[in-house]
Ligand binder design. Structure first.
Ligand SMILES: [Cu+2]
Length: 144
């Protein structure tokens, strides 16, 4: 009897943890290598969340601050804008890529060199307000 109860509790606990680990799938992630003299950087990736969510904060030990940016071209003028949050629809890949959404790195701690790596912590908030953090290690590479 007691044993069964423990099993049930263990199972519920396991499921609860399993649920919390319904992570955002991060693919095609990379950091653009700096050109000499560049003081800012950019990182790109595709985010696919299993549920509706928002990317609302990004940190990296490689940079003093990281902002979520959108990019658009209006009448031939390129404009970047900092976003409070990047909404993610359940199951729909959101692409951060050159010419569009990107992560902008300010106050770099050292130059972003091709062949090295940079770690990022992404913070997501779902509809219920629950916050999860995910660490990713991105390769630094030249734009191709
Ligand atoms: Cu930007």
């Amino acid at each position: 009897m007691m044993k069964n109860l423990f099993r049930t509790i263990a199972c519920i606990f396991f499921l609860a943890i399993g649920n919390a680990q319904a992570e955002v799938v991060i693919s095609d992630a990379w950091v653009r290598a700096n050109a000499p003299g560049q003081s800012v950087g950019a990182a790109y990736m595709t985010l696919k969340s299993p549920q509706d969510s928002n990317l609302f904060h990004v940190e990296s030990p490689a940079a003093g601050s990281v902002e979520i940016h959108s990019m658009s071209v209006t009448n031939g003028v390129m404009k970047m804008r900092a976003l409070e949050t990047l909404p993610l629809q359940a199951g729909k890949p959101e692409k951060l890529a050159p010419g569009g959404f990107h992560l902008m790195l300010f106050d770099l701690k050292k130059p972003l060199k091709a062949g090295e790596q940079a770690t990022f912590t992404l913070s997501f908030k779902d509809k219920t307000g629950k916050i999860t953090h995910q660490d990713v290690v991105l390769p630094i590479q030249e734009a191709n």
